[in-house]
Design a protein around this ligand. Sequence first.
Ligand code: NAD
Length: 489
Amino acid sequence: MKIYKMFIDNAWEDAASGERIPSLEPWSEQVWASIPRGDTKDADRAVQAAHAALQSQPWAGISATARGALMRRLGDILTRDAGHLGRIEAQDNGKLLAEMQAQAAYLPQYFYYYGGLADKLEGTVPPVERPGFFTYTRHEPIGVVAALTPWNSPLLLAANKIAPALAAGCTIVLKPSEHASASALEFARAVEEAGFPPGVVNVVTGYGAEVGDALVRHPLVSRICFTGGEIAGRAINEAAARGFKHVDLELGGKSANIVFADADLEAAANGAIAGIFGASGQSCIAGSRLLVEDSIYERFIEKLVTMMASVKVGDPFDPHTQIGPITTKAQYDRVNDYICVGLAEGARRRLGGDNPFERGWFVPPTIFSEVTSEMRIAREEIFGPVLCVMRFRDTEDAIRIANDTLYGLAAGVWTRDLRRAFEVSNRLEAGTVWVNAYRALSYMVPFGGYKNSGLGRENGIDAIRNFVQVKSVWMNYAAPVANPFVMKI
Ligand code: NAD
């Protein structure tokens, strides 16, 4: 069994309390590792270290170019270690090894991209109308950043936050999910090897309500970057408001994937399946509401059912497995509860059934038809392999149903009609819209939610601006300032 320690001020530490949390393999339910159960004391140690690093040499005086070079070195180490990091993530959260290794192999791009951006953030010289003044703006690091991440894509969602924050010169305390912390601690080894000064990147572990809450409330934390569920997001937003902290929230979704009758139905079926059953549905962008035009509704469902009926559910390390387990027992119970809710609400289960294994938190892919907007399974985020298929009449009806949700993270549109593709994309209330595709993401493209799916955007060039504050400097190069109380007559 692996015994992990936290990474604070470039030292490997146990929790001040000495307590630990076991990490379980979701397919075997066996404990494979343990992580420290940090609390307020550990949060304070990490934030103090991050704050000291921000204020002192070498980080406070490092050039932006040197910061970028350090980040690219980190990218090289992550490239070398991608296979290992992917294996650790699959073991911890039970997602398919192939998927986690692909994510790990993509991770270095964040550090190359934002490392390259570090010395391209330029201030301005406003042509101020006041005579005798030279004014300029400086971009200064916003301060200590607390990054809080969920269990489904632990390192990718951490990189979204850490890479632009480092590029801007901030220091960071990362708190990964208590259900999947190992890869963040392995990542910290890469940070250490790359040669970042003590305190620049810290990783603390433990429960959200303990060490996570302590980070959010810590007076020396300036920005909170959170990816997770709505309940925690709301609590964090409230706490951030009390402390006048900046906040980014990447929350959940109930994304509509809309299939028009004129679409390439083969591609649309593949996209619908990837949209909901990838990562066993444990994906914020899951296309969990499939809207299908009336005229092809039955035919399309039958196609999906046929395609999914032979899918292999099982061990995420087996290269033939297509659907892995749910990461936690609590989430497994929640998904099963929602399946019961769907049946009770009158939705028709076209595919699904019981867990085929005695051990492990497996939910077979489930497809409900005859789902309507009032049903809870159409309104609430299930976060599991449960597809709700809804019916629409025409374009107006599709847009109305798609937008009839509190969420607004993503959406898909499948059509061959270019004019309709533009119109629907423009009118969907979602932060990301894919046309004839689903799930494409990039470090270069802004990502975030409308409505209850969050606040702010990650990724893309502008994300670095989240981590700086602008200072305006006025230089008087003309006459000395006159005594304001001497009247000129
Ligand atoms: P969660 O909200 O329970 O936890 C996320 C992180 O926040 C964890 O590290 C947790 O320990 C911490 N946390 C929880 N309560 C906290 C509190 N009061 N104060 C400080 N920290 C706290 O989410 P989860 O169950 O780990 O992940 C599933 C959720 O994440 C889903 O709703 C999913 O849609 C969402 N998600 C969103 C995105 C996105 O980019 N929008 C990506 C992945 C997952």
